[in-house]
Write a protein that binds this ligand. Structure first.
Ligand code: NAP
Length: 311
């Protein structure tokens, strides 16, 4: 495969940015990888792990000579970071992001790029774990997962092709969607479940504090499976809640209505009503099937296989 960039800049060398860099490096598709970031400590981890060749905290030094820039910082910081890098970018450089919300991010990125908006195409790699930072990056996190591109009317055809090639080279299945459609879809299937998981943990912890039973000490599979994602970065999820506010509020209202239907049926001792609600969900969920194992699950499985072989 042809080299994608002589100099790749990853702004925000965390779980997503770091995993992309590792995947592209492993395939020999990039020359120098420059990490631009906030804390020196995270950039040190990225250097130590061989994710980046060079760490920069000055945007002009980071942007100089870049071919491809991937901005993988929390959603509200994406446009400001692009704005900081833009003045020093060479004319041929393309820019994408990894943000979980698209319409406001794309609009803000295009605003800060002004005349240069053709070099930007929004992306959302649909992969992740509840862990953050360069220490959490995995070379196969993105492998086999979907990546949604949200090109707008101002995105140049060349930018779109090159951004497509970047995620595809990391093993992702790339598709395109209008940014607004993306935000509606992911409010339902990603943002709502995260908010619900955060709220569920708080509800149980609050009840636990009021009673003498220490319920959380008995939390097992069901509770832990559902709430794994509540261990995700609060900063990242604060930004997603704010950026996708309207879509998320609609999704929360829909969820509230579904919980209320069940609550009423339970309160009325309406067995048929309870069964109807549960059966509908049961059928829908069964149709979805199981997801492919997550990268951390695959890693655990590999480690366990190695331990078994070593015995
Ligand atoms: P992460 O592991 O927390 O990494 C984000 C990195 O950005 C951190 O290393 C952080 O630096 C850096 N950063 C934060 N603010 C910055 C700023 N103003 N300037 C420069 N660097 C800054 O987060 P992530 O999970 O990779 O998420 C990155 C983006 O991908 C987010 O927009 C998120 O919505 C999106 N995304 C996440 C997932 C997921 O499941 N995690 C999935 C798909 C997309 P420090 O370490 O120094 O704080």
């Amino acid at each position: 495969m042809k080299r994608l960039a002589d100099r790749l800049v990853i702004a925000g060398v965390g779980l997503i940015g770091g995993s992309l860099a590792l995947a592209l490096r492993a395939r020999g598709l990039v020359g120098e990888v420059v990490g631009y970031g906030r804390s020196a400590e995270n950039l040190r981890v990225a250097r130590r792990r061989g994710i980046i060749d060079r760490a920069e905290r000055d945007p002009a030094r980071a942007a100089r000579g870049a071919d491809v820039v991937v901005v993988a910082v929390p959603v509200q910081a994406i446009a400001p970071v692009i704005g900081a890098l833009a003045p020093a970018l060479p004319p041929g450089a393309i820019v994408t992001d990894a943000g979980s919300v698209k319409a406001p991010v794309v609009a803000a990125a295009e605003r800060v790029l002004g005349e240069g908006a053709g070099r930007f195409c929004g992306s959302h790699p649909i992969a992740g774990t509840e862990h953050s930072g360069a220490a959490a990056a995995l070379p196969d996190l993105l492998e086999g997962r979907r990546c949604i591109l949200t090109p707008g009317p101002r995105t140049a055809a060349m930018t779109r092709r090159r951004v497509h090639a970047v995620w595809e080279a990391a093993g992702m299945r790339v598709e395109e969607m209008p940014a607004r459609t993306h935000d509606k879809v992911f409010a339902l299937v990603s943002h709502l479940p995260h908010v619900a998981a955060f709220a569920l943990v708080n509800a149980v912890a609050d009840a636990d504090r009021q009673g003498p039973r220490r319920a959380l000490a008995y939390a097992a599979g069901g509770f832990k499976d559902w709430t794994r994602i509540a261990a995700s970065s609060p900063e990242m999820w604060r930004d997603i809640c704010l950026a996708n506010r309207d879509e998320l509020l609609g999704a929360i209202d829909g969820f509230g209505a579904a919980v209320e239907r069940l609550r009423v049926a339970i309160a009325q001792g309406d067995g048929d009503g309870i069964l109807a609600e549960l059966s509908r969900a049961h059928t829908t969920r069964r149709r979805l099937g199981t997801s492919t194992p997550s990268a951390p699950a695959r890693l655990r499985a590999r480690r366990s296989a190695r331990r078994t072989r070593g015995r």
